[in-house]
Design a protein around this ligand. Structure first.
Ligand code: XLS
Ligand code: CA
Ligand code: CA
Length: 438
């Protein structure tokens, strides 16, 4: 069966193309800074938004029209796998990502659920072999089932902790089997609604305990993928423990897990935390913790996680500056944790969403590479901090200065700053590059 008969295959046609099913910017083989674009960007399709989502929201029923409509249970899961690999192949994306519950239905017990997973995982494995597609990461859904209403690893109920642990165990086995390059933890219910009923210390300790168990089990079964923790400040929980990159790094360091983990940074989550996307990427990068990216965008008029396909070229450019400065994403990639709007219900909209997202990041990547090559901002930053290269600044940086020595240095000095930060000029430069880079 053909699932997307309206689409033959999406290819690069360049900026003058009028074909809505062609890339205008993303040319996978074009070499930039010594590497083909496809190696820099490592795009992934997220299974949940593209193949599982129905378009229902808190106010309305499903809207999506999908070629697998009308099937249920394992039959539905199998049809989705077939459709997923046709989609990846036609779009020309090498990677995908999923939660355990995206790919197979739950049974009455964990044993039955795991059996369903086995059927679908072996089917996915066959398709991966025949198409060459790869798993960027998988993860466990410990937020949808009502048993996680008060948390998973941070549930007050130890049976729920046990269930969560078992679920992580199975998903790690799947990661190993499918050769996942990373493994994600996102704790949607790992947080609290009110401190009045919450043992904050025990919950944080338990969250760390589950992550430690995961590291131990990965070692036991020889799973070598990179562990990633994905920060998000809220939604569905009022306060989520992995609030932002800084909180997630502090948590990992506190519990001795920092060397085993990196972060998966999502644009929309940065916005919910009151940060820019590039802020979260930069904080991760300077701490050696930038692992992977969930590529999407939020809406500044809405206070929730809208997971839109990325179209904002400022944001994709500044994100790619961080990625390039990181020396790339290594085992990570750019996963479209993005969904078409509820009103974009036809299958071809799934292609349009990914195409605009891929083109937006490709454009961002080209501009970022040129900004870095021309040292547009690096030179400004270097000049701005030049006073730390010699004299008293050098003493401060090298730990030779004390409060006493610094007092002595300034006590009779007229210290004033009349040097512009040139913000408007820099933004004009950014526009110039965005508009003119070939
Ligand atoms: C939800 C998260 C989730 C993670 C994986 O907001 O973005 O989809 O990426 O569990
Ligand atoms: Ca995400
Ligand atoms: Ca999200």
């Amino acid at each position: 069966m053909m699932y997307f008969p309206d689409v033959d295959g999406v290819v690069y046609e360049g900026k003058n193309s009028n074909n809505p099913l062609a890339f205008k910017e993303y040319n996978p083989n074009q070499v930039i800074l010594g590497k083909p674009m496809s190696d820099h960007l490592r795009f992934a399709v997220s299974y949940w938004h593209t193949f599982t989502l129905t378009g229902s929201d808190p106010f309305g029923l499903p809207t999506m029209l999908r070629p697998w409509d009308g099937y249920s249970g394992l039959d539905l899961a199998k049809k989705r796998v077939e459709g997923a690999f046709e989609f990846l192949t036609k779009l020309g994306v090498d990677y995908f990502c999923f939660h355990d519950r995206d790919i197979a239905p739950e049974g009455a017990t964990l044993r039955e659920t795991n059996k369903n997973l086995d059927v679908i995982v072996s089917m996915i494995q066959d398709y991966m072999k025949s198409t060459g597609k790869k798993l960027l990461w998988n993860t466990q859904n410990m937020f949808s089932n009502p048993r996680f209403v008060h948390g998973a690893a941070t549930s007050p109920y130890s049976d729920v902790f046990a269930y969560s642990a078992a679920q992580v165990k199975k998903s790690l086995e799947i990661a190993k089997e499918l050769g996942a390059e990373n493994y994600v933890f996102w704790g949607g219910r790992e947080g609290y609604e009110t401190l009045l009923n919450t043992d904050l210390k025990l919950e944080l300790d338990n969250m760390a305990r589950l992550l430690q168990m995961a590291c131990d089990y990965a070692d036991e079964i020889g799973f070598k993928g990179q562990f990633l923790l994905e920060p998000k400040p809220k939604e569905p929980t009022k306060h989520q423990y992995d609030f932002d990159a800084a909180a997630a790094i502090a948590f990992l360091q506190n519990y001795g897990l920092k060397d085993r983990f990196k972060l998966n940074i999502e644009a929309n989550h940065a916005m919910l935390a009151g940060h820019t996307f590039e802020h979260e990427l930069a904080v991760s990068r300077i701490n050696g913790m930038l692992g992977s990216v969930d590529a999407n965008q939020g809406d500044s008029l809405l206070g929730w996680d809208t997971d839109e396909f990325p179209t904002d070229l400022y944001s994709t450019t500044l994100a790619m500056v961080e990625v390039l400065k990181n020396g790339g994403l290594h085992s990570g990639g750019l996963n479209f944790d993005s969904k078409v709007r509820r009103g974009s219900m036809t299958p071809v909209d799934l292609f349009y969403g990914h195409i605009v997202g891929m083109d937006s990041f490709a454009r961002g990547m080209k501009v970022a590479a040129k900004l870095i090559e021309d040292k547009v901002f690096d030179d400004v930053v270097a000049t701005r901090y030049a006073s730390y290269q010699s004299g008293v600044g050098k003493d401060i940086v090298e730990g030779k200065a004390t409060l006493k020595s610094l007092e002595e240095y300034v006590i009779d000095k007229d210290v004033k700053v009349e040097t512009s930060g040139r913000q408007e000029l820099l933004l004009a430069k950014l526009n110039q590059y965005l508009l003119n880079v070939e």
